[in-house]
Every structure is written in C-alpha cells, then in structure tokens.
Design a protein around this ligand. Structure first.
Ligand code: 2AM
Ligand code: CA
Length: 265
C-alpha cells in the first residue's frame, strides 16, 4: 500500500509531542549527576536514550518496513526504501543546564531523498513540519522563509565548533564578517531549532560545520518546503552527511553563501 505522507506526518507530530512531554517532565526532576560523558564536551543522559527508544518503537509501529539512523544508536536496522533520521534531544547541553531551547528532530528518507521533516521545540510547544510536495507548517499555520533582500537586513544563526578546531580561524573570520554586516548573530545551541527558525522567517540564515545527519535532516527539508535554500559550504547538495550546512531565505542566500566561501576556502 502506498504511504500517505500527510497522515504519517500528523502521526509523527503526535508522537513527537508525546515524547516531548516526557522530556519536559524529566527536565523538572533532572539532576546533573545523571549525565554521562560520551566524549570531550559530549554529553548524554538516560533522557536522550529513553526518548530515542520511545521514538524508535513509535515510528516502527507507524511504518514497519522502515529503518533508522539514530543518534544514540537504539536501532541500526536499515530500511530498503524508508529510513528515519532522528535526534531524540537536539540541544542536550541546553537541557542539562536548564536553558529552554531543545527539540526533537525526525526526518524520513525514501531511498536518498528527504520526504518528511518534523521538529518539536519542547519549551515553546512549537511543532514545525512538512512532507513531500507540501508547504511548511508551524502548529497548523503555514510558514515561509523571510523575504529580507540583503545580508544587511538579516539575523544569522550559527553553532560554535565543538571539535575539529582546525577550521576555527576560518570560522572566526566568517563570524567577524557577519558581526559587522548583519543585524547580528545568535547561537541557540540546537541546530534543529535554528533551522526551524529559518523556515518560519525568524532567522534569515544558519550555518555550521561538524554537524551530524540527525541534527540537520528534518530542518533542512522544512526550510526547503518553506521556500528556502540549503547547501553545503561548496554550494552543493551534500549537506545531510557532509558535515557542513548553509540554509537561508532565497532572497539573500547567494550573498550569505558567498560570505562563507570567502573565508572557508
Ligand atoms: P545535540 O544537542 O543533539 O548534541 C549545536 O551547535 C548543535 O551541535 C546541536 O544541534 C547539538 O546537537 C550539536 N552537538 C553535537 N555534539 C555536540 C557537543 N558535544 N557540544 C555542542 N553541540 C553538539
Ligand atoms: Ca541529541
């Protein structure tokens, strides 16, 4: 039977909100003693892992033949046609410190193509989503990227490098350039939320390197469906697995990308 992506997307939103309620409830009783260290600056807790288990079991029930690319490795099942790319908690450092910006991010790929994205920002109860050939939505309202025509009219989001410091000098040059020539920069600490904010026009652009597929897949798709553009730093399409992403509104995307390329050679 063909998959009805619109219905599936509604079910994914409901699942995201349900797991989001669990994360919110755990945040209220969370203690930093429960944090495990995956690597330098790399934290995870039972909240990330339990949330991922809930998502994997819920998504498997919705689409039994599907496989997973999931941050905490709950399932490594590969789907022949459909694979979910999921981050059960994007913005773990914020979660641990009680800073209210963290999201659940779920994308669906059919073969090599993104066909659905859902980001649920838990604190503001904001659910961003889109499916193949749809518009993009925030809590039932259609959204679109901003129409700001130039970088000078733009608010730009980024994430700071947390490893691969070899590229830090280039990163800082881009940062200085945007500091001088835009409305300013923001660093929320959740790439999924940054991308959702580009999709609904709060930010004109977002760029970061060293991100993983589960940080960006859903958000990149929602930005595209909201009329925005997404590439890697070369201006090409390898932004899900290529660990570099530039996303922005259509109007000033070229200026945005050129600024990044001037420094990241
Ligand atoms: P995470 O919270 O799921 O780990 C912020 O720059 C982005 O980078 C977030 O989407 C965050 O996702 C990701 N990230 C991954 N590992 C990180 C780390 N060790 N420190 C900061 N951000 C990290
Ligand atoms: Ca995560």
């Amino acid at each position: 039977m063909p998959v009805n992506l619109q219905t599936l997307c509604q079910e994914v939103c409901a699942l995201g909100k349900e797991v989001g309620a669990f994360i919110k409830q755990e945040r209220a009783v969370f203690s930093t003693e429960r944090v495990e260290i995956k690597g330098k600056h790399d934290f995870v807790s039972y909240v990330d892992k339990t949330s991922e288990q809930k998502l994997v079991s819920g998504l498997s029930a919705l689409l039994p033949e599907s496989g997973f690319i999931a941050e905490e490795g709950t399932s490594t099942k590969k789907g022949e046609q459909y694979n979910w790319i999921i981050d059960p908690l994007d913005g773990t450092t914020n979660f641990i410190h009680g800073v209210p910006c963290f999201s659940i991010s779920i994308a669906l790929m059919r073969k090599d193509e993104l066909v659905m994205g859902m980001i649920y920002e838990i604190n503001a109860d904001e659910c961003f989503y889109a499916w193949e050939n749809s518009k993009a939505y925030l809590n039932g309202q259609e959204i679109s990227v901003s129409k700001a025509p130039t970088l000078a009219d733009s608010l730009i989001a980024t994430g700071f490098p947390y490893y691969d410091y070899n590229r830090l000098d280039e990163y800082m040059e881009v940062f200085k350039d945007f500091m001088r020539n835009t409305h300013g920069l923001r660093r929320l600490g959740s790439a999924a939320t940054d991308l959702a904010y580009v999709a609904c026009g709060r930010f004109e652009g977002f760029y970061e390197y060293s991100l993983q597929p589960w940080d960006v897949a859903a958000g990149a798709f929602i930005v595209q469906q909201a009329g925005g553009k997404v590439t890697d730093f070369k201006g090409e399409n390898n932004f899900i697995f290529g660990k570099e992403i530039v996303a922005g509104n259509a109007a000033c995307f070229n200026e945005f990308l050129q600024t990044i390329q001037r420094h990241f050679k």
